[in-house]
Design a protein around this ligand. Structure first.
Ligand code: ATR
Length: 272
């Protein structure tokens, strides 16, 4: 039995054990996947001990994604731009870091929700960890324009610059969005966690087909409500992203592509 865990603090809410255990059942893989709560400031010691006990990998949730990145000996491009890792693989002394949040989000939008990103005008709100992790996989889909807008404009501008020539990305402040419209609008801020609304003009939704909240199981957030009120037909939260990033990690560790559809249905919390 190969051992894996989700490391976080708190970690009791995490759906990752359920998801990976179901993936393993589906594909006949002999793994054990548990929750591992690391004390604050003790990520390294906690993971060292888990590795010493024979662990093959971990997923990482708040507040340890930056610690996980620092712990790695080899990092992927997506993890490097994000400065954060959501999956580690252990192989002797080697620790490889990945960040599958972005590809999970892109796969959910394209494969599950059926919206192609190529040639689209995309707006992402936020420039924190959630946004950083998602940028490169989005740009790889060649949207016509990708605008990263943040309450603190300078953070979005700096992040856009770090993407270099990876694609047509521009960073700006929320107030700079007045009068602009987009095909797909994503909320990667943490505002919804406290029931707040990023100060975004409703005009950004006037031609949008999809509004996507990266947070999961928060119901119809102020952001999604604003989108609906502005006439956006399709609103979604991050349940599909959650399951798809897990599928990427499972494939990376085990070499098998699990099926995600049934789990997404099972974990979906109605948006009413
Ligand atoms: P996460 O890892 O969830 O992205 P984070 O790194 O703390 O968390 O980043 C939080 C993001 O949400 C930031 O982009 C933050 O904007 P600032 O950079 O200006 O702080 C954004 N955010 C949080 N609360 C917000 C609010 N009420 N309105 C708009 N943006 C908000």
């Amino acid at each position: 039995t190969d051992r894996y865990a989700i490391v976080g603090n708190p970690v009791g809410f995490s759906k990752s054990p359920l998801i990976h255990t179901e993936f393993a059942r589906q594909s006949g893989q002999d793994i054990e996947y548990t929750r591992l709560e690391a004390p604050l400031g003790r990520f390294k010691e906690t993971v060292d001990a888990f590795r010493a006990a024979g662990a093959r990998g971990v997923n990482i949730t708040a507040p340890f994604k930056l610690d996980a990145f620092a712990y790695a000996t080899e990092v992927s491009e997506a993890a490097r731009l994000a400065g954060a890792a959501n999956a580690l693989a252990f192989d002797g002394e080697r620790v490889r870091a990945e960040n599958f949040d972005g590809i999970g989000l892109v796969n959910d939008i394209q494969r599950n929700l059926g919206f192609s990103l190529q040639g689209k005008r995309v707006l992402m709100l936020g420039a924190g960890g959630a946004a950083r992790g998602a940028l490169l996989p989005f740009l790889a889909q060649q949207p016509a324009a990708f605008v990263l807008a943040n309450r603190t404009a300078a953070k979005a501008q700096a992040l856009a610059q770090q993407c270099g020539d990876a694609g047509a990305i521009r960073g700006c402040g929320l107030h700079d969005l007045e009068g602009l419209s987009f095909d797909i609008v994503l909320n990667a801020t943490s505002a919804s966690l406290t029931g707040e609304l990023p100060a975004v003009p409703a005009s950004v939704f006037s031609q949008a087909q999809l509004a996507y909240e990266l947070a999961y199981a928060k119901g119809l957030t102020p952001f999604l409500r604003l989108a609906q009120g502005a006439g956006v037909q399709r609103v979604a939260d991050g349940v599909g992203m959650l399951v798809e990033q897990a599928a990427e990690a499972f494939q990376w560790w085990r070499g098998v592509r699990p099926d995600t559809a049934a789990l997404i249905r099972q974990l979906t919390v109605p948006l009413a």
